[in-house]
Design a protein around this ligand. Structure first.
Ligand code: PRX
Length: 646
């Protein structure tokens, strides 16, 4: 890993929202006087009742609880909209760039406020009440943001399901949170292709029976089947809806949303975030990490179906009164300069994307970047996976012209927002390092036995104390929440990531230490792909591991043992790949199907994944001890038939 250090540029030292001195002072205060620090930070929100309490959390089994600002009352949507109307009602809140470059929309804060109120009234008319779950399965159009905010306005809990997930995956999520309503669109548009969202909802509703209402936003206008009495066009309902909708007063600890994410075992978990702490965290980190200033045009390329879209397309920027760019398309359509055209066109100042996109665009060459005017950019960000120093250097040199700091933000769906990240005016950068913890974040590096390592060290990354944006529970399974995150290392939040801390106290995330893989910045549980594979009629057993992939970071390597009467073939390989796409969605497409007559198992029948990982990584000379295997010859066959990265 590179150890080049990029000092804070002189112009940033003097003008940034947080300077180096301020970082040190504020970090110390967040540690030594947290109550006062958080009461002060709470002032960045508008409260209906200002909290007098701050942290009331314990990670220990006996009194396990996570609570912040418990006596505070607020409304998240009012914080994102109403409070800006006097000062910036006519400022764009959302600048929308369509998949087709000729399509764009500008929505001011005043317009967004009116649209959200209308949407909220539509939901109320459909019987949605405080605490009800509303599933949102939408393309990246402004109505998606409006739907989120409409739920927040009336206190309904939204559960956004990424539009790339299959009907099966959608059905599982609908059932898990017992959602009675789905908001979708006729179709989505990505890279010039239509995504059959409404048809997928129809297929999902054949599998899941909680839903009684489907609200359909018109996006492409193509014909889609509508079930009378169940499906309604949004524009028809909205035509009669008022633009006046009072914001529901919510306790700080009332739920705001559920977002499903993959874990190392079982089905995806419904991560629950609440209102006060989450919004405070999204707003504070957006302001400090992106050095948000009036006049900025801020663009986070994430889809609203992921936590990055929740915290850094919608809630963080809108809470701060920012202008947030929302992008429907993909980086390489109509051509490889699309990102840079959008930057040029909207004069984007702050650009936040994933390393996988940077690597893919880097491969296409600099000319695609150079044909656009990127002089508006002042800050770049990276999220979702470790950024390799080559991609970092390219991002810095070709996109940032050596003038824009890069904030490499480490966080998770569970954390609500950034936990470890540079602050551009305070932190010297090291390519590949997420650098330092933010205020109130106390990371620890543990050895396998849970001992806290001091100084320069490498091990498991844990967080010692709660922070306001932390998830509060797994929907419907509080015990699973405790077991997953707090049981392995008592008294600490276990992140699932490994990390190294260097002699300057900089953190370097080394990747997941559990059975989660990170494909193009998207989290995928190997167990989910395995259960999709074994659900196929030809498959007896499957084991899935990550493999290095030049663009995606990690690819999906699947070892498959067929039933005794089945014969491996190219056709079957393709059929299995299709099957997984159908069961989960295109993001779970296996890169490799390795037909394996047998899998390495211990004598007690446990699959030795360590060996499978090494083979997939091509590290066949460091397989370690195989003597405990029931049948060591299995490994030789696997090594012989190893499939190289396609
Ligand atoms: O492994 C870490 C990786 O992504 C995981 C979280 O994924 P998810 O919940 O989908 O959230 C993605 C958006 C934050 C982490 O456990 N990860 C995320 N950001 C980084 C990262 N790994 C290294 N560096 C990062 N900046």
């Amino acid at each position: 890993m590179s150890e080049t250090v990029y000092p804070v540029p002189a112009q940033w030292r003097d003008s940034a929202v947080i300077s180096a001195d301020a970082y040190e002072t504020m970090y110390a205060r967040s540690k030594n006087d947290p109550h006062a620090f958080w009461l002060e930070q709470a002032q960045r929100l508008d409260w209906i009742k200002t909290p007098t309490q701050t942290d009331n959390s314990s990670f220990h089994k006996a009194d396990f609880a996570i609570n912040w600002f418990e006596d505070g009352v607020l409304n998240v949507a009012a914080n994102c909209l109403d409070r800006h109307l006097d000062t910036r009602g006519d400022q764009p809140a959302i600048l929308w760039a369509g998949d087709d470059p000729s399509e764009q929309r500008t929505i001011t804060y005043r317009e967004l406020h009116a649209e959200v109120c209308k949407f909220a009234n539509v939901l109320k008319d459909q019987g949605v009440r405080k605490g009800d779950r509303v599933t949102i399965y939408m393309p990246m159009i402004p109505e998606a943001a409006m739907a989120l905010l409409a739920c927040a306005r009336i206190g309904a809990i939204h559960s956004v399901v990424f539009g790339g997930f299959s009907p099966e995956a959608l059905a599982g999520r609908l059932t898990d949170c017992d959602s009675s309503i789905v908001i979708t669109a006729d179709e989505g548009l990505r890279g010039g292709k239509a995504v059959p969202l409404k048809a997928n909802v129809d297929a999902a509703l054949a599998l899941s029976h909680s839903v009684t209402r489907v609200i359909v936003v018109q996006r492409t206008g193509n014909n889609v089947p509508m079930t009378a009495g169940r499906d309604f066009w949004y524009h028809a309902l909205a035509a009669q809806a008022s633009t006046d909708c009072p914001a529901e007063p919510m306790n700080a600890e009332d739920p705001l949303f559920i977002l499903y994410t993959s874990g190392s075992t079982g089905k995806p978990k419904g991560v629950l975030h609440t209102s006060g702490g989450y919004l405070l965290w999204a707003s504070m980190t957006h302001a400090y990490v992106f050095d948000h200033k009036p006049g900025d045009v801020y663009w986070c390329t994430a889809d609203v179906g992921w936590v990055t879209g929740h915290s850094y397309v919608v809630y963080g920027p809108l809470a701060n009164g920012a202008t947030s760019v929302m992008f429907e398309g993909v980086p390489n359509y109509p051509d490889h300069s699309r990102f840079w055209q959008v930057v040029d066109q909207f004069k984007v100042t702050t650009f936040y994307t994933a390393p996988t996109a940077i690597r893919a665009l880097m491969r296409e060459g600099e000319a695609w970047v150079d044909r656009c005017d990127l002089s508006s950019l002042r800050l770049l960000g990276s999220v979702g996976e470790p950024i390799n120093p080559e991609a970092w250097e390219w991002y810095n040199r070709v996109v940032g012209k050596g003038q824009c700091p890069i904030v490499d933000t480490w966080w998770q769906t569970e954390t609500g927002g950034h936990l470890i990240s540079p602050l551009p005016g305070a932190t010297a950068l090291k390519p590949g390092s997420a650098t330092k913890p933010l205020f109130g974040v106390f990371p620890e590096i543990l050895d396998n036995d849970g001992r806290v390592l001091s100084g320069a060290a490498e091990g498991i990354l844990a967080i010692a104390k709660s922070w306001p944006g932390q998830m509060r529970t797994v929907w419907g399974d509080h015990e699973r929440f405790f077991q997953t995150y707090f049981a392995s290392y008592p008294g600490k939040y276990f992140t699932g990531d490994g990390a190294r801390r260097d002699a300057d106290d900089y953190y370097w995330i080394t990747g997941r230490v559990d059975d989660v893989i990170n494909v193009s910045g998207h989290r995928m549980g190997t167990a989910e792909v395995e259960s999709a594979l074994v659900a196929h009629e030809t498959v007896a057993e499957a084991a899935v591991v990550g493999m290095p992939h030049d663009i995606k970071g990690q690819g999906i390597y699947a070892y498959v043992t067929l039933n005794a009467n089945e014969v491996p073939s190219e056709a079957l390989r393709k059929a299995l790949i299709q099957w997984v796409r159908h069961e989960i969605g295109p993001i779970a497409t296996p890169d490799v199907i390795h037909f394996a007559p047998g899998l390495p198992k211990t004598r007690s029948g446990k699959i030795m994944r360590r060996i499978l990982r090494k083979i997939a990584e091509g590290e066949i000379h460091s397989l370690g001890d195989t003597s405990t295997l029931a049948d060591p010859s299995v490994v030789e066959a696997l090594v012989r038939d190893r499939v190289l990265q396609p």
